[in-house]
Design a protein. Structure first.
Length: 215
């Protein structure tokens, strides 16, 4: 049963990802920023449904104007769950570019990549954040710098909070809580030595995954 469920969801998700890549290549260059954001929101919501992921949120997300969301990081699902609430520009490690298919999607969706080995990485990312704030966009920051099982927080790398402080942009904390069959769980967490394909196998082959987003 798990193999059949995984196969069915994988085929649907792959088709949807390929459609997303076509949208990025053919439609994004032709439409205004507001329309691109609307497409990101819609596409992310459909992807999560195809993967069998439920999302709900509480609190009051900042929905207009520039903002910095400061978020704990659990899974590759995080950005799609957040985009379903308000399309955001995320700061991500450069290694994500090399992920199969998802890397192309993330890169094409206006992601700010940080080269962690570069001495000037923080300054470069800070300038990119300033540009996004000037366009009234929300930037998503995972200040732990890596994923965790999601039960508590790892130490923060706080230097990327400075561009928002300097621009007098509101900083909103966001908590991602993962559940499996209504119990807090690390079932979908992308941690340790597991690779992306192994994690996708478990998530798409399972049921009952829910993400609660608390603003």
């Amino acid at each position: 049963m798990k193999i059949l469920r995984f196969t069915f969801r994988t085929l649907l998700a792959l088709a949807w990802v390929c459609f997303g890549l076509l949208v990025l290549a053919l439609i994004f260059p032709l439409v205004r920023r507001a329309r691109r954001l609307s497409l990101k929101r819609w596409w992310s919501g459909v992807l999560l449904k195809l993967c069998g992921i439920q999302v709900r949120h509480t609190g009051n997300p900042i929905q207009t104007g520039p903002a910095l969301w400061v978020i704990n990081h659990v899974s590759w699902l995080d950005i799609f769950a957040l985009n379903q609430v308000r399309p955001a520009v995320f700061i991500a490690k450069s290694e994500i570019r090399r992920w199969p298919l998802l890397g192309l999607l993330v890169a094409g969706a206006d992601t700010i990549f940080i080269e962690r080995a570069s001495r000037h990485a923080v300054q470069k990312v800070g300038r990119a954040m300033q540009d996004k704030f000037e366009f009234g966009q929300v930037v998503g920051l995972f200040p732990e710098g890596t994923t965790s099982p999601g039960y508590d927080l790892l130490p923060f790398y706080a230097n990327l909070l400075e561009p928002a402080r300097r621009a007098i942009v509101p900083i909103q904390p966001v908590a991602l809580l993962f559940f499996h069959h209504d119990r807090r769980s690390d079932f979908a967490a992308f941690v340790g030595e597991e690779n992306l394909l192994q994690n996708v196998w478990r998530v798409l082959g399972g049921t009952g995954v829910r993400i609660d987003i608390e603003f």
